[in-house]
Structures are given as C-alpha cells and as structure tokens.
Design a protein around this ligand. Sequence first.
Ligand code: ADP
Ligand code: MG
Length: 644
Amino acid sequence: MNPVFSPATRRPIRELPDELISQIAAGEVIERPAAVVRELVDNALDAGATQVTVRLAAGGVRLIAVEDDGAGIPSAELPVALKRHATSKIGNLRDLESVGTMGFRGEALAAINSVAELALLSRTADAATAAMLDGRTGELRPAARATGTTVEVKELFFATPARRKFLKTDATELAHCIEAVRRHALARPEVGFAIWHEGKLIEQWRATSPEQRLADVLGEDFLAQSIAVAHGSGALRVSGRVGLPDAARSRADQQFAYVNGRFVRDKVLTHAARSAYEDVLHGQRQPVYVLYLEIDPTRVDVNVHPTKIEVRFRDSREVHQAVRHAVENALAVPRSQALAAQVPVEGAQDPQSAAAVPPGTLFGPFSDLKQPHPSAGWPQHAINSGLHRGSGVSDFEALWPQRHAGDGSPAPDNALPAPDAAGWAPGAPDAPAADAGQRADSRTAGADPSIWPLGRAIAQLHGVYILAENAQGLIVVDMHAAHERILYERLKQQLDEARIGSQPLLIPATFGATPQEVATVEASTDVLQTLGLEITPFSPRTLAVRAVPTTLAQGDAVELARSVLAELAQHDASTVIQRARNELLGTMACHGAVRANRRLTLPEMDALLRQMEATERSDQCNHGRPTWRQLSMRELDGLFLRGR
Ligand code: ADP
Ligand code: MG
C-alpha cells in the first residue's frame, strides 16, 4: 500500500507555506529564462518605459537584468511587489475585465523570487534616492539610480535542480530570450530595446516608426515582401503586414499575432490567418505575418493562461472572420497595383520607386484605418468593376478567341492565331472574337501604355512566357499560370452568382469513356449543368460533350470533361459544390487556360496583362506559384555591369 495514503501515516490538512505556493506557481509561469525576460519586459512596458535594456549571462541562467526608465516603484512598496497576488494594475473585478496592461496576475515577481536570487532596484521621479531590495533577505537599503527600475535575477532554478536540468544549452536559452524581446519590440516601436550577453551588445532596436521597426527586427526583405493590412469592423481592428505567398516558409517561425499589444499564440488567430492564404498558398508552406488585433478589452480574457500567451475571445467567430477578411483582402489586391503606385515590390529596386513610399503611411500597429489601402494603387471597388483596367480594353472576352455556336468559319483576321493542336478541341474551330478595329483599340484607345502596371507586351518567349516593358523594366509572365488564375477567379465569381454561362459546341466532342465516367455523368447531370457543362452518353462506352462553360470555350472540351468527371467521382454529387468547389473550379480553369506553345498576338498578350491587373490574387496561379516577375532596369544593368 502506498504509505502516503495509509491511515497510520496520514498527514493533517495544512495550508502550504507561501514560498512553496510560489514555487509551484513558478512551475507554470517560469519554464525557462526567456519567460523571466518576458515577464520583466512586460512590467517595464507597463511602467511606461521608453528604453528597456536586457543584460544576460549564460543564456540568462546565471543572470537576467532588465533595466527601464519607467515610473519606478516607491521604496515602501518594494517588499509588496514581491508578494504573491500583489499588483498595482487592478483593484476590483471590473478592472479585471477591462485591464489594458500586459498582465496583472500579480505573481511574476513572487514566482521568480522563489526560484532565483532576485534584487529590485527602483526610484520614482519624486524620490530623493533609489532603494534596493534583496529578495532573499528582505533587506531594503538606499542606492543610486535614475528614475526607473532594474530587476536582477541570478542563478535561475538554483534551489530546484530538477528544473535546471530541463534547460537547454546556453545558446538555445539565449535564442529564446532574444525571441521574447523581439516579440515585444514588434509591438512597441516607440520603445527602444537593447540586449547584452556576457558584456556584448547583441541586439539593439532604437525607437522608430512602426514600419522601420518591422524592418529592423525582421529584415528589410520583410517590408519588400509583405503587404499592409488595414481592416476595421465593429469593435475589431486588424492592422499589420502579411507576407506575400512567395515569402512563405517551411516553418511557422515568422508569425506574430498581437491582441491589444500583447503577443499571443492563439488557435483562432493562427487558423484565420492561414485560411486566408488557402487560395494562394498550397501544401505545407507557412505564411509570414505580423498582425495586430485591437479589440474592446471586455471582449477578450487575457488572463486565462499563466504565461498570458493564450487568450479567450468572447466571440471567436467574429475574430476569426475579421482576421480572415483582413488578410484575404490584402492578399487579393494584385501586386501590379502596387507597382503602379510605385510601392517597391520584390525585385523592383528602382531608387525612384523606393523613394516614392510615403514615410510612415504604410501601416502601423494601431494605425489609422481611414488611410487608403496602401498597397493598392487603385481602390478595390475599381478593380472589381474594371473601371481602371488601364488599357481601354473593356472586354477581355472580345480579345480572347471564343467559339460561337453555329459559326464554323475560320477566323478571318490573321491577327488571331490559328488554333493549335495543344489547346483546341477538334472540330470546333475558332470564331472571330473581335474585329481588327477593336483590337487596335486595346493598344491605342484611352490609355497611355507607360502607366500600365504590367507594361506593354513586346514578345512571347518559346510559347511559354510573355515579355512586357513597364516603367520599372522588364516583366516576365508565365502565360498559362496567369491565365489559369484569371479563369479560376472568374469561375468562382460566376458560380457564386449561379451563372456559369454555357456554350454549346457546334460539333459535340465525343470520347471513349470508362463505365465509371458514364455512371458519374448519369449521377451528376445537375452538378454538370451548374458548372456549365453538358455531357451525355453517346453509346454505352462513349460520352459526348455538348456544351462547355463560356469562359473555358477555347480549352480542350474532352480534357475538361474527363478531369471534371474524375473529380466528381471522388465526391458525393449533392454536396460537391459546397465541399470541393475550389478544387473543382481550379481543375476546370487549368484545362481552360491557354497552353504552352500557343502563339499569341501582341494584342492578346496585352489583353492578358490588363486582365491580370484587374483580377484578384492574380500574382499566384491556382497552385500558389508566381505568375509574373519583375526584372528592374537596375537588375538588368547589374547583369551587364553597367554603371560600375
Ligand atoms: P503584475 O505585473 O501582474 O502586477 P508582477 O509580480 O509582475 O505582477 O509585479 C508586481 C507589481 O510590481 C506590479 O503591479 C507593479 O506595480 C510593480 N512593478 C514590477 N515591475 C515594475 C517595473 N519595472 N516598474 C514599475 N513597477 C513595477
Ligand atoms: Mg507583471
């Protein structure tokens, strides 16, 4: 029998000594030196510090000293600060609901004091001298110091060797300490931070603007490869910057989320952010972002977790939606818009474009959401309405060849290429889409090609890439990938509006089908119709495609039918549109998109570029790969060693 529970040895119920309670609490709060750093910097910021200096030895295990120039603690209160549940931050339950500080459990200093040698040195502005409290002996004596507080923590876990054993190498613990300060630094650009290790200055972030702080902490690349987020709805505000899909990483190590200025790891926020990338980032890639959520303090409980790193939202659906929308909206704006607005993008390093970023207007924690979307040269509604397509091409369809039922005559205009074997259904020849005059319009009417963000098409390379000249230099477009995204976005919109137009084929395209395919056709007539497809059994082993979605009319009807049937076979026909909508439409878009080796005329290429500028998410194909790249004049000059 377990001796603890044997009646003979039963101990009486007793209250635990304070010291032991604190040590138990410390087990939750202080798992490693970085946790001490986080708590002490929290306190410094709550005290209104403008400069916080962290000094470490042996990765923080031997020494952590955090120095601030905040309000300080009156000497009479120093001993109280070390007591459990002692705090100056709340006084009653109402405060508990609305507190705007970093944390108020009132146990950090007590917990740290119970597992390390702690000393408090502090001075308030009106005190004649500073006072120093020895946490072990309780001795209080006068000392010298300017206004502010220094908390010194030595020999962490000296009394609890079992804990000390769990610590990693000094280098690892140091890295965690730095990360803890970085998290604070990203939220408080107006505060200067410095980290010293073993007497050497290893990080320093001076007080600066929000965007410069991001660049200082995360690197200049982060600014160039991210988009500003600004979104406000009701009691919620979301700001910050989200990385372009290109900048995604294999690990989720550059994801910073803040709630009312506090760094959190929250499932709702992480999920919302990742789901906003669903359509532009595929596989296991992890986006990078810094997101600041501002929420009415009464709608979030920040005090549910000992380390205060998790929060509980009163309405997590509302938060999820706000964050998802904020990030989605930012990502939807084609990056070419930013190019037109002369905001530098990755690769475009013209001094001209870099200089044109208005300082301080990009974003900010707690930024003014009334500012226009900084990455959008043109407002979102203008993109959607096609107001600013820039080229005077009012109708892309008019340029892109379409098949018209009942018109089997070949295109009279040689400006339109003859359909080639790779991309066109047999027996369904092209019809003229637009007359030559209309096409000429695309290059002349209404618009000055020099302001087209993606430039003026100048050539097609090996039937794969479109080359275009824009203000910054050379644009290279993956024509299939770009067209695929355009079709995909159009199909999504059409399906949402329940109007995927269907176009009958002049001559039905028949193909030898498997029994499975025939069965799928019979089970899915309605779904097929919704998708703009008409497929009927022709014989027991043959299917006939009789109509295809208008948007995909130039694609290979048989390929399209086969792949849609394959997709449908995997799902329950009645719910496929809800559950596999994007996969389905993605597959369709892929088959409708222009194939490699298809020769395009310059007007067709220009039309594609204009459409990219006006299509949401057009910077990535449906599989998350980039659709275009900019080679700036400077980069080209570099290739030729010009100006060296
Ligand atoms: P909490 O931060 O939850 O209130 P702590 O144990 O971290 O609890 O700190 C206890 C109290 O000590 C704080 O409420 C604050 O009044 C005071 N304090 C701690 N650190 C500082 C500091 N750097 N500057 C000013 N006051 C401080
Ligand atoms: Mg605290």
